[in-house]
Write a protein that binds this ligand. Structure first.
Ligand code: ADP
Length: 216
């Protein structure tokens, strides 16, 4: 089963991706997480990507396409993939089409999460992540037991440098300019299903799960 999950920053892609991975065993491939890992480990790719990421702009296509191609050749993609945050531009979508042909794993469904802008802003500015294990919290909706400390591993939780209102505006603009055409591209292929994702995560998840079970 091969899934793409799409939606603007704060739409819940990360949360739904984790559930999809746990339920269906697909490899969760998040280009945002992969890039952050590269930045953390000071790799050459991390150096090239850092400034783009911190200001909310997209990282150049060549870098992303190369990184994704390598990742898709790993063994855990056998049961299928779940692409989270990729493709985000038409150039990436075309490159992805070529890769998926090579590995014979065409996209089965595009899960599109729709959320109004006010909800996105509240989610993004309240988001905190664990520096060590990546667990995600929200200061109001799902706070850690002790403020600033991760429940899972006890390390510090922090705000992502791009989780400010200013950077969010840039990310939403990138989404409208670059990523909405990608959605149209998959819509024309009849692959997109829309989900109203301003609602509580459990309700959204139930609908996504049912939609996927109906296909397979
Ligand atoms: P968001 O919460 O905005 O969906 P992600 O964690 O998916 O954030 O990505 C964070 C940042 O990483 C993006 O703003 C961008 O700079 C970079 N990035 C992630 N995926 C891509 C991609 N497919 N193409 C270009 N840049 C990307």
């Amino acid at each position: 089963m091969n899934i793409l999950i799409m939606g603007p920053a704060g739409s819940g892609k990360g949360t739904m991706s984790k559930k999809l991975h746990d339920e269906f065993g697909v490899a969760h491939i998040s280009t945002g997480d992969m890039l952050r890992e590269n930045v953390k480990n000071n790799t050459p790719l991390g150096h090239q990507a850092k400034d783009f990421m911190e200001t909310g702009r997209l990282v150049p296509d060549e870098l992303i396409n190369e990184m994704v191609k390598e990742r898709l050749l790993r063994a855990d993609v056998e049961k299928g993939y779940l692409m989270d945050g990729f493709p985000r531009t038409l150039v990436q979508a075309k490159a992805f089409e070529d890769i998926t042909k090579e590995i014979n794993k065409p996209v089965d469904i595009v899960v599109n999460l729709k959320v109004d802008v006010d909800t996105l802003a509240a989610r993004i500015t309240g988001r905190r992540v664990c520096k060590n294990c990546g667990a995600i919290y929200h200061i109001k909706n799902s706070p850690s037991k002790v403020e600033g400390i991760c429940d899972v591993c006890g390390n510090a939780t922090v705000q992502r440098p791009d989780d400010t209102l200013e950077q969010l505006q840039v990310r939403l603009k990138e989404h409208t300019t670059n990523t909405e055409p990608v959605l149209d591209y998959y819509r024309e292929k009849g692959l997109v299903q829309d989900f109203e994702a301003s609602r509580p995560a459990d309700e959204v998840w139930l609908e996504i799960k049912q939609a996927i079970e109906a296909i397979f």
